[in-house]
Write a protein that binds this ligand. Sequence first.
Ligand code: ATP
Length: 240
Amino acid sequence: MLRLYDVHTQYGQVEALGGISLEVHEHSMVALLGANGAGKSTTLMTISGILKPSAGYIEYNNVDIGKLDAREIVELGIIQCPEGRRVFGNLTVKENLRMGAVSCKDKHRLKETFDYVFTIFPILKERISQTASTLSGGEQQMLAIGRALMAKPRVLLLDEPSLGLAPIIVDTIFEVIQRLNQEGVTILLVEQNAHRALEMAHYAYVLEKGRIVMEGPGIELRANPEVEHIYLSEVPEAEK
Ligand code: ATP
């Protein structure tokens, strides 16, 4: 469904991705792991068109999307939920969600989409008139994912959805991600909680300094001693 072939991305003279090749099959969940600065967010932003690859090829359903702008890529159904939530703090929950479906003018469809998001995150319905800045961190993350869902994603690019959240909220977020995937949304997940990500992901890639250094089914990488040593050793026993 989505394929990157030898993708390079630069920030000015600095090369952040040095030739990434990866595949995300339709309806699958793929995890992207790696230390801080490895290039995970850059990979997502290159797919979503926020950054342009300096070389290489990005293909979505056999179409070269590497040269499309971010808006065209959204219209194809590739939606990014950015790291750090980036909700609009002074807008209400409803207004934030509406931003996710900004091009939808059909009132009936819009209501259906709102209702769908409220079945996924009932708390957002309770908070509908509150400004986003008054929400808890977990609720803001739900709002950020909810806003992405308003755009009806076929591929959801999730950047560190569990970052900084309390364990009980992390559980809710991961349950939702799994549910969305089971309902047919293809997911590319960047996650610092490698343990949980590998548990859920069908396939995973490990990035190091802008290059893929390891890949395999989630379950296999989870059992790999090298991955265990680098990424899984700090997870408390209780979470294993
Ligand atoms: P993190 O988990 O810390 O966000 P990451 O794996 O997502 O890490 P990226 O944010 O993609 O990593 O960064 C990849 C590389 O690109 C790093 O070396 C980073 O310093 C560099 N970089 C990121 N954003 C910029 C920028 N706006 N300008 C210059 N260099 C950048």
